[in-house]
Design a protein around this ligand. Structure first.
Ligand SMILES: [Zn+2]
Length: 154
């Protein structure tokens, strides 16, 4: 399942990418544009904008009601019953949505702070923006969010 998320939901877009879901974050104020892109690429529209939601036609879409990003994420997960697990974390670049590639620690050298290079073994890189990812402190936070999503009854 792939998503397109409008400008009101930047944090949610990031979280969907963290969970490994292909998510376009649409920042322009262009309702026709976002609907067209969703149709062209077969993406599910996720929005907080009632007017935009009403214009969805036959598109698959979800109108988000919550304000808190965790609750918004839970709304999406519950509504579409999409799988969530720790193995899916860090599959996608949070900045540009491209699938990450695993790289050797040697290749990460220079791209990450020295202490990170010396204390971590697993690295991934975005082929598009070259950002290097590793299982650092954010990873702990993200795995706890996944655990919360899995624990709470749907
Ligand atoms: Zn990137």
């Amino acid at each position: 399942m792939t998503f397109i998320v409008d400008t009101t939901l930047g944090k949610l877009a990031k979280w969907l990418r963290i969970l490994g879901y292909d998510t376009v974050y649409w920042r322009a104020d262009d309702p026709e544009g976002i609907l067209q892109r969703a149709r062209d690429e077969g993406r599910t529209l996720v929005t907080k904008d009632t007017k935009l939601y009403k214009g969805k036609g036959s598109l698959e879409a979800l109108l988000i009601r919550e304000d808190n990003p965790f609750r918004q994420l839970r709304e999406v997960v519950r509504h579409f019953r999409i799988p969530v697990n720790k193995g899916m974390l860090f599959a996608r670049c949070l900045a540009c949505n491209a699938p990450l590639e695993a790289i050797d620690p040697e290749e990460a050298k220079g791209g990450v702070p020295d202490h990170i290079y010396h204390t971590h073994q697993k690295f991934s890189r975005c082929p598009s923006c070259r950002k290097v990812y590793w299982a650092g402190t954010h990873y702990g936070h993200m795995t706890r969010v996944v655990e919360r999503l899995q624990k709470e009854p749907s």
